[in-house]
Ligand binder design. Structure first.
Ligand code: MN
Length: 360
């Protein structure tokens, strides 16, 4: 097992690469979508939350991430002793009509294929994604974690409809006509995922890239009136069973699994790790279940994280673990302090469980 750190787009700097390496990371998971165009409604110094308009404007629909950009990032990371393990999340601007089954769907499937080929060429082995219409919506921020540390949570269901021009909690068309996105059925959403996987996985396999699906966070049957795919642990199996490709994998988010109302988290870790379908793991702890839960420090929630690391080790998982989100610590660098705390915990857990001083 290897330790990684996730960085948002505006954090992809030499200073943060050094911070990651100093905190024990050998790998990075990078975000290339800019989630922080919502200004004061969605400040840059924390994980994105946002209001009714979500995280704000999506990217440029005509500017796919270039091979040169990816290669430059890989080189800059390597200069600090780090490998880029994954890019996390497609930009809604590049693939909204795959999610919405809209008129640009064919062009957007080509966008996804192009991005995956470029990742493969740059040597980045994983593309993490969410197949979700509403995305990560409906969360609140407050002093919920130990010692009054600022964290996020949910205080009830959020089913107010989503305005036209929006998908995955971002605005891809600011000039969309007034009105709301009509809800679809769960079956229709599964059909869209199956069709997407059938078209894209052969390209991913050829490029040597795994597609890794994050579960729906928050995990509820619907959010903003739109259906969700993976909102109980057993639904991850349905994703695996849709397509036998070894590139059909999971971005395994412990926090989201713990928020689910059914199943047993430790059994789920064992079940999916044994099938060799975990691409990488998000470490995040929480208390409570959706739609009433709060994010906590990694050592302080409902999940026994050391037990999870032990199961991953016993089942032969050899991929990357990253802290997902953490509460913000009261100091001059709240995000970095929260991450450094989680990295220290994870490094100690890896040393304890593997019996190696330099695991991974
Ligand atoms: Mn996650």
């Amino acid at each position: 097992m290897k330790l990684g750190l996730g960085l948002y787009r505006h954090q992809l700097t030499r200073e943060n690469f050094q911070f990651a390496r100093q905190a024990g990371a050998t790998h990075l998971v990078i975000h290339l979508v800019d989630y922080f165009k919502g200004g004061v409604h969605n400040p840059r110094d924390n994980q994105p939350t946002g209001g009714d308009q979500g995280w704000g404007l999506a990217g440029d629909p005509n500017a796919l991430w270039t091979l040169e950009e990816l290669q430059n990032l890989c080189r800059a990371a390597a200069a600090q002793g780090l490998q880029i393990e994954a890019v996390e999340n497609f930009d809604p601007a590049h693939w909204h009509d795959v999610l919405l089954d809209g008129p640009k769907r064919a062009a957007h499937i080509e966008n996804v294929k192009t991005i995956i080929r470029r990742l493969g060429e740059a040597g980045i082995p994983i593309m993490g994604y969410n197949f979700s219409i509403a995305g990560v919506a409906g969360r609140v921020t407050g002093p919920f974690a130990r010692g009054g540390a600022m964290s996020v949570g949910m205080e009830g269901p959020v089913d107010d409809p989503m305005p036209n021009g929006m998908v995955w909690n971002m605005v891809y068309d600011p000039h969309a006509p007034p009105g709301t996105v009509p809800p679809i059925s769960h079956d229709e959403l599964w059909r869209r995922l199956a069709r997407f996987l059938d078209e894209v996985l052969p390209v991913a396999e050829q490029a040597g890239v795994k597609l890794a699906l994050h579960p729906d966070d928050p995990p509820l049957p619907t959010v903003r009136g739109q259906p969700r795919l993976v909102y109980q642990p057993h639904l991850y199996q349905k994703v695996i069973d849709l397509n036998p490709s070894p590139s059909n994998t999971l971005e395994f988010c412990l926090g989201t699994l713990a928020e689910m109302t059914e199943g047993n988290l430790y059994e789920a870790v064992e079940q999916y790790s044994r099938q060799r379908r975990l691409a990488y793991v998000h470490f995040r702890n929480v208390t409570g279940k959706a739609p009433f839960y709060k994010e906590t420090f990694v050592d302080d929630g409902d999940i026994d994280m050391l037990r999870v690391v032990r199961i991953l080790h016993q089942t032969g998982f050899d991929g990357v673990l990253i802290p997902d989100h953490t509460p913000q610590m009261t100091c001059a660098a709240p995000w970095h302090a929260g991450m450094a705390y989680a990295m220290g915990y994870l490094r100690a857990a890896l040393q304890t469980v593997t019996g190696q001083r330099h695991p991974g």
